[in-house]
Design a protein around this ligand. Sequence first.
Ligand code: ADP
Ligand code: ASP
Ligand code: MG
Length: 405
Amino acid sequence: MQQKNTLTVLKFGGTSVGSPERIKRIALEITRRSALGEDLVVVVSAMGKSTDLLVQLAHDITPTPCKKEMDLLLSTGEQVSIALLSMAIKDLGFSSVALTGAQAGIKTDALHSKARIEEIDTSRILKHLSKKHIVVVAGFQGISAEGDITTLGRGGSDTTAVSLAAILKCPVEIFTDVDGVYTTDPRVYAKAKKLKEISYDEMLELASLGASIMETRAIEIGHKYSVPMTIALNTFDVEGTIVKELDDTMEKKVVTGMTLTDNCLMVSIAMIPYTSKNVSQLFATIAKEHIIVDMISQTAPYNNTVNLSFTTYKEDRLALEEILRAFKQEHNSIDYYLDDQLVKLSVVGIGMVSQSGVASRLFSLLSDHDIKFYQVTTSEISISYTIHSSDKMKAIQTIADDFEL
Ligand code: ADP
Ligand code: ASP
Ligand code: MG
């Protein structure tokens, strides 16, 4: 057998460590690679849906759990996984060490529930690697300067893995429950095709437009530090998708993939008296409520009024209705409505930078198939539409057929 002597970060998501059998299964693969001489840092998520169960548990106590205690609670999920995986590795006769985020030197700011990694002190990880230990690190967590446990936001184990790979200057392999990145979520559209490779830019655009395959921040870090990344299935038997810098060897399709966001609430406000102060005050109030807005568009002033629309998430409906009622009390002329029967469909492709006509091709496709759209927004490499949820599958099928996705 060929001897390897390289360092790699491996990351296993919730499904991959979802049961004792699965933990034993990945321990086998990890030790197989270690036996070939590879140095390994293994980042794991909490088992299965255990983070969701912990969230539920907190809400069984109080509807408004304190974020600091919430981090303390949620970080226990990953602590279970590292302990069990390290036991399974040792059971196979290999040396291993399980480290929490804090023990692994992951230092964050104090923004509980969405902390940012500020620094990683790798001395402890390097010490264990030099002793040929397999280092198992808890994903999704770190420690603040005050010594409190923090978490990095849902899905944050990807960020832990990619950040470790960036600082250790090595590749990262993300193992999950699908065998790579598909043109669209294969659980939504079974005929989606697997991509052999994808550029960081397209991967980032897909993730930020809703593809849950990998956390957005992790891709940003991967791109910034040029971390070689692959995404593959946790059974290790099929080749995954390589995420890398765009180069001449890559197939440059106009459209690489598409994403769908179900949880969409469209807000439309008509006849807002035209001063930019009105619009800025409205968004300031919305931001104060921590409501995330997307797809903002405003018409040019006409008869001294403007129309505005944006999307947000369905769970913000009540808070938004209250804000809009107050806004109408101030500006009697306005009219508004909210629609939560919509989905956001986004089409992504690096080829859009150099090829014109994608928007017009999409407009024709939607109109030929009688699919109404309500809003359109674009970025350099994507176009997003809100459409009625009943048209969702028809739109996916139509676009996939036409662009061979
Ligand atoms: P993990 O727990 O391993 O982090 P996630 O559930 O976060 O896994 O991500 C994997 C899921 O991402 C898949 O089960 C799949 O449904 C979803 N997904 C969304 N978009 C895509 C896509 N374009 N290609 C592949 N999977 C996708
Ligand atoms: N366990 C955390 C979550 O469910 C982090 C992760 O899985 O990446 O969000
Ligand atoms: Mg994930």
